[in-house]
Design a protein around this ligand. Structure first.
Ligand code: NDP
Length: 333
């Protein structure tokens, strides 16, 4: 038997997520690798799954948790054997396939990446899907800047939703590369925290969150946006000629009330960042870069550890924008 969060949906009780005990025999048959999960996390999407606020869970019953780090106990997959340390992000895990907020998981070996050298399983999940997505954003911007000949320090980079998981890791990664990072947040009281991660300036997200002009004063050489909606539209409108915006989130909204002006008049590029179905080579590159470049002191400063039962309360908290940085879940606590 093992402990897990389980989401059920029935006509009489409705949508419900609870801590329960399951038998290993109940793990999904559609998987060829069994993993003893050591650590998982709470991402924004896990909040949606735990609360049922948005229909991210596609089949029931479902174990939520879009990511985990753990140790292979049993494998019929040629790449993996018992004892291998692995990470999983996305591929519908925690949405259509039982996920990581549990002490055991059975998944497809094709979805797993090796825990990179120099990273503990706890650190990997302190980074989690949010941090790995921040690195995917950074990789897109770096490629763009390399082609455009943009050097770190030659302009400001904006990070929106800066106190969140994606935002906190993006601030730390960009600052470590020598970029001048401007952090946009609704929680100005956390300015010292954002500056400790490397932000040069902290701005009120209200300056970006309302409808704005199609073209605004050119400011950013790049943007990491986890917020969407007007914030993304205004970010594009204030990006400098030839600059780039990496869009990965929708914390403000799924809409994009923008005009084409920044794209056709300033040559701004908008990159869409998806972590869920990203190819393995890009995943491994992102995790390897995270292992090498993310300051462990800053990672510790942005991480709060909770147990499996507390993950139930963390779901609504992350959707309410009340979580600072990252929540790492000790599934054995
Ligand atoms: P968090 O909740 O940790 O961070 C989101 C942050 O957005 C909040 O902390 C808050 O930052 C800001 N925010 C919240 N509500 C609003 C609002 N109404 N208007 C403006 N800003 C707001 O979530 P994550 O960092 O885990 O994820 C961020 C987003 O990225 C989510 O939408 C998530 O779904 C998406 N995502 C997408 C992935 C992909 O593959 N494309 C992968 C991972 C995440 P502050 O308090 O600083 O203002």
């Amino acid at each position: 038997m093992f402990k897990a969060l389980l989401i059920t949906k029935t006509d009489d009780v409705g949508y419900r997520c609870a801590l329960t005990e399951l038998d290993e025999a109940q793990l999904p048959a559609a998987g060829d690798v069994t993993v003893r999960v050591d650590w998982s996390t709470i991402n924004y999407k896990d909040g949606l799954a735990i609360t049922g606020q948005s229909p991210v869970v596609r089949s029931f019953p479902m174990v939520p948790g879009i990511d985990f780090a753990g140790t292979v106990t049993d494998s019929a997959h040629p790449r993996w054997k018992a004892g291998d340390r692995v990470i999983l992000n996305g591929f519908g895990v925690g949405e259509t396939h039982w996920g990581g907020l549990a002490q055991r998981a059975r998944v497809k070996g094709d979805w797993l990446v090796p825990l990179p050298e120099g990273l503990t399983a706890r650190e990997a999940m302190a980074i989690g899907t949010a941090g790995y997505t921040a690195m995917l954003c950074l990789m897109a911007l770096q490629k763009h800047w390399a082609e455009a000949g943009v050097k770190p320090g030659s302009g400001e980079v904006l990070v929106t939703g800066a106190n969140g998981g994606v935002g906190s890791v993006a601030v730390a990664l960009l600052a470590a590369q020598g970029h001048t990072v401007v952090a946009s947040t609704g929680r100005l009281a956390e300015s010292d925290y954002l500056k400790s991660l490397g932000a040069a300036e902290v701005i009120d997200r209200a300056t970006l969150g309302a409808p704005g002009k199609p073209l605004q004063k050119e400011r950013w050489i790049g943007v990491v946006d986890s917020v969407g909606s007007h914030t993304l539209a205004n970010s594009c409108a204030s990006t400098r000629y030839g600059g780039a915006v990496a869009a990965c989130g929708l914390a403000q909204g799924m809409d994009l009330p923008a005009s084409v002006a920044p794209f056709i008049l300033r040559g701004v590029t908008l990159y869409g960042i998806d972590s869920v179905m990203a190819p393995l080579t890009r995943r491994e590159a992102a995790w390897s870069a995270l292992a090498q470049s993310l300051d462990r002191g800053k990672l510790a400063a942005m991480t709060t550890e909770i147990g499996l039962a507390a993950a139930l309360d963390a779901g609504p908290q992350i959707l309410a924008g009340q979580v600072r940085g990252r929540l790492v879940v000790n599934v054995n606590a």
